[in-house]
Design a protein around this ligand. Sequence first.
Ligand SMILES: NC(=O)c1ccc[n+]([C@@H]2O[C@H](COP(=O)([O-])OP(=O)(O)OC[C@H]3O[C@@H](n4cnc5c(N)ncnc54)[C@H](O)[C@@H]3O)[C@@H](O)[C@H]2O)c1
Length: 328
Amino acid sequence: MSLPGEKIVVTGGLGFIGSHFVDMILSTRPGRELVVLDANTYCGSRRNLEAHAGNSKLSIVEDSVCQSETVDRVLKGAGVVVHFAAETHVDRSISSARPFFETNVMGTLNVLESCRRHEVRKIVVVSTDEVYGNCSESATESDTLLRPASPYAASKAAADLTARSFFATYDVPVCIVRPVNNFGPRQYPEKLIPKFIERMIAGEKVPVYGHGGNTREWLYVKDTCRAILSLIEHFSANVVGEVFNIGSGVEKSVLEITGSITGLLDIDGENVIEWVDDRPAHVERHRVNWNKIRRVTGWEPIFDFEEGLKRTVSWYMEHRGGEYDNWW
Ligand SMILES: NC(=O)c1ccc[n+]([C@@H]2O[C@H](COP(=O)([O-])OP(=O)(O)OC[C@H]3O[C@@H](n4cnc5c(N)ncnc54)[C@H](O)[C@@H]3O)[C@@H](O)[C@H]2O)c1
């Protein structure tokens, strides 16, 4: 694989998707120097990378992407930068929007400015399908007008468009990815799937907003990491400056997800739900067209939804409670 330069920098590498991406690089490209830059906020954990303890190729710099001097020092000499670091929870952004704009917009600006200064040759900025807002009849194309419906989504849209502007204005070689909802082990249990798994394991009810019929497209985390790696491997005129949706075609409502988890845990689904007031501007549906990444890199998801969910439930059963409590 061509991963140019001495160093790969992964921001947000102590978080959910970032740590799986680090796993993938260290296991498949063992000779590469990899630096994680992460502020280790409430949703990141050094335990997410404990499998690599003692690996001399991995170093972790614990600081914020808002600290431009740190970002500049870490990115010096990098050949590849994958920028995951972000505030990521929609509900938190509704309670308090400012940290989202500080990290997601200004932090991304710092990363892009440093990439430009140090002439990094391959940059992937991780955006989200949330930037589109509600999906209409057909799956959302990557050139659809952005209509973000939460402060989180708006901050990610600003970061995403800033990245695009750095390509247009300064020729900074960046591509933007917009993945759908990810799930898998090591996701902080405020997001739907891990929250529901943990609550059900604890014998508690799960809160379902509104009517529970809102749907999302779901992708197993390792498939997202494979997609990003496939873009790095195919970095060319077809990738630079482009936006790629990363989807699965697997669309499920909150109630369907609830049913799948109760099934795997063998719990009576009848009384498990606590109905709660809907979130403001709750998006009814996200669904993306991801033909473009398939065409350019050949990537396709390989993990079946039910199989991925089974692995996820197993991980939370094994790793929460007892000696593993306080994972985060
Ligand atoms: N999880 C999903 O379903 C999903 C879907 C689409 C896009 N994304 C995007 O993928 C990226 C990773 O998401 P995730 O689910 O792994 O998130 P996460 O919340 O699990 O991890 C985010 C990581 O960023 C770090 N971080 C937060 N603020 C920081 C700062 N100021 N400086 C440095 N590090 C900071 C956190 O400590 C954490 O380790 C994000 O950009 C997110 O917007 C996520």
